[in-house]
Design a protein around this ligand. Structure first.
Ligand code: XBP
Ligand code: MG
Length: 232
């Protein structure tokens, strides 16, 4: 086992609880704007989170609950337009600063920076969403603290596929054994493990009860988790 050289953070559910009061209302606003009578309530959204990626989630929803939309000849264009609108709503919403980082996140990031531990991000969400969240909830310009940001469509296969973690490891030029992934979900854990990483899970509001077998540790949050207390 190599000494720890980098932390690779997931974003949604890990840095902040962004799903229920961030992504979900942004999707709903996009649906209304496009004249769709779709509404994702908090409970349905929890089920839809099994499908990672906003475009993929909307396509899945259409196929399952709105086959007439899924069958439209222009469904690909519609999903692209819906997703662009959703992203704009999300960025605006997050910019209001009402989504706080989860406990202990800012402290661990600060400690890692002070100790010269490299930082990276591996997320399914779109790059503009990451910047907006970090600017509003960590510090303006704090995206720059992360040497590599792997986000959205840079890989074709989203989590639970390991591709995004492999993409990040490649750019860090580090072996998986020198890094620790921090995730909140079973899909994220599977992605990290698939890339050969150790993974710490901080259970979130939508992920409690999922199967975290294979995790190096499962915690309620990062609060009181300093570098020396991370799993080795
Ligand atoms: C996060 C997601 C994302 C967001 C939406 O998964 O699944 O799809 O819900 O973001 P993870 P986009 O935390 O495992 O990376 O709409 O930008 O895709
Ligand atoms: Mg997550």
């Amino acid at each position: 086992m190599n000494a720890l050289q980098a932390l690779i953070f997931d974003v949604d559910g890990t840095l902040a609880e962004t799903e229920r009061d961030g992504h979900r209302p942004a999707f709903n606003a996009a649906f209304a704007e496009h004249g769709l009578d779709w509404h994702w309530d908090a409970s349905l959204y929890g089920e839809l989170l099994a499908i990672t990626g906003g475009k993929e989630r909307m396509r899945h929803y259409a196929e399952r609950y709105a086959p007439e939309v899924a069958a439209r000849a222009d469904v690909d264009t519609l999903i692209r337009q819906l997703h662009a609108a959703k992203t704009a709503h999300y960025v605006r919403l997050v910019g209001t600063g009402h989504l706080a980082l989860r406990p202990g996140v800012a402290e661990l990031i600060a400690e890692a920076r002070a100790a010269g531990i490299r930082l990276a991000i591996a997320t399914t969400t779109s790059p503009e969403n990451v910047g907006a969240l970090l600017d509003a909830s960590l510090a303006p310009g704090s995206s720059d603290w992360f040497e590599v940001i792997g986000a959205g469509d840079v890989v074709a296969a989203k989590k639970p596929a390991p591709d995004i973690y492999r993409w990040v490891l490649d750019r860090l030029a580090l072996p998986a054994g020198a890094c620790l992934a921090i995730e909140d979900s079973e899909n994220g854990l599977r992605a990290a493990l698939g890339a050969g990483l150790r993974c710490l899970v901080t259970v979130g509001e939508y992920t409690r009860g999922q199967d975290f077998s294979g995790a190096a540790a499962v915690l309620d949050s990062l609060s009181d988790t300093s570098l020396v207390r991370l799993p080795s």
